[in-house]
Design a protein around this ligand. Structure first.
Ligand code: G3H
Ligand code: ZN
Length: 287
């Protein structure tokens, strides 16, 4: 069922686990993630970047597709449809399109403007029954045109944004979008602990979930992270499985070129990645 992410993340904080946000790009992605969540009885968040929304022809298409799939696949676990790294305008578009959750990424604004815009969007989102995520500090690297410098969040600024009533908060703690470079210094648990100290039980969000070592994930969950975003890792496993299929010449055998066959190994690979992450995050059986 489609729900806001508020309750599932409160439960995650209480139960000391995290819910995965897996970004979607098309029907295959969405179907694979929903099927895995249902099979593992896990809550799940479907993330949609503005770029991916555009690729799928718009947020209305995404919303209609997700709602129809939830119904026709008999998905009974809690599912949130969430705008990822949303702009101010993008947030309004998703509210109108029927999303159940939004992220307003005001991290590139001065803190005063981030506060002002977040405050307004919290009011609107809550009035419409949506949950809302905000960001302080920034996530390094690039995701779908969103570029961050990777500076760690200021815990006092986190408190200011938390006090606006956001439902969960992304704080930059040295995390990076995409593959981590070999010289990556790791997550700043010092920053995370200081943020937690300021915001109490507010669920914290860890972006850039691709390739973070398991022990760091576990420690982050211990320190209040209740939502972990994964995008690149599903893309890599999809690409890898598809490449193997083509390199083995399977597309040339019989009707192997039929997209329902050609895309199947990639979809299975996404399922395997999502399963691995749900197990690591501890959300299996928590629906
Ligand atoms: O917002 C989405 C994510 O933070 C995903 O990051 O592509 O590094 O897994 P990732
Ligand atoms: Zn992100």
């Amino acid at each position: 069922m489609l729900v806001s992410a508020t309750e599932m993340l409160k439960k995650a904080v209480e139960g000391h686990y995290a819910v995965g946000q897996f970004n979607i790009n098309n029907l295959e992605w969405t179907k694979a993630i929903l099927a895995t969540a249902q099979e593992l009885n896990s809550p799940v968040i479907l993330g949609v970047s503005e770029g991916a929304g555009k690729y799928m022809t718009g947020f209305k298409t995404v919303s209609a597709m997700v709602k129809a799939m939830i119904e026709e696949m008999n998905i009974t676990v809690p599912v949130a449809l969430h705008l990822d790294h949303g702009t101010y305008d993008g947030c309004y578009k998703c509210i109108k399109a029927g999303f159940s959750s939004i992220m307003f990424d005001g991290s590139h604004y001065a803190i005063e403007e981030n506060i002002e815009k977040t405050k307004e969007l919290v009011k609107v989102a809550h009035a419409m029954g949506l949950s809302i995520e905000a960001e302080v500090g920034s996530i390094g690297g690039e995701e779908d045109g969103v570029i961050g410098m990777g500076e760690c969040a200021d815990p006092n600024e986190c408190k200011m944004i938390a006090d606006l009533g956001v439902d969960f908060l992304a704080a930059g703690i040295g995390n990076i979008h995409g593959k981590y470079p070999a010289n990556w210094k790791g997550l700043s648990f010092e920053t995370l602990a200081a943020v937690k100290e300021k915001v109490g039980d507010l669920p914290l969000v860890l972006h850039g979930g691709t390739g973070i070592p398991a022990d760091m994930i576990k420690k982050a969950i211990d320190l209040g992270v209740a939502k972990i975003n994964v995008n690149t890792e599903c893309q890599l496993s999809f690409a890898d499985a598809t490449r193997k299929y083509v390199e083995a010449g399977k597309d040339l055998e019989g009707k192997g070129f039929d997209p329902r066959k050609l895309l199947a190994p990639g979809a299975e690979a996404i399922k395997a990645t999502v399963k691995e992450k749900m197990e690591l995050f501890g959300s299996v059986g928590k629906a």
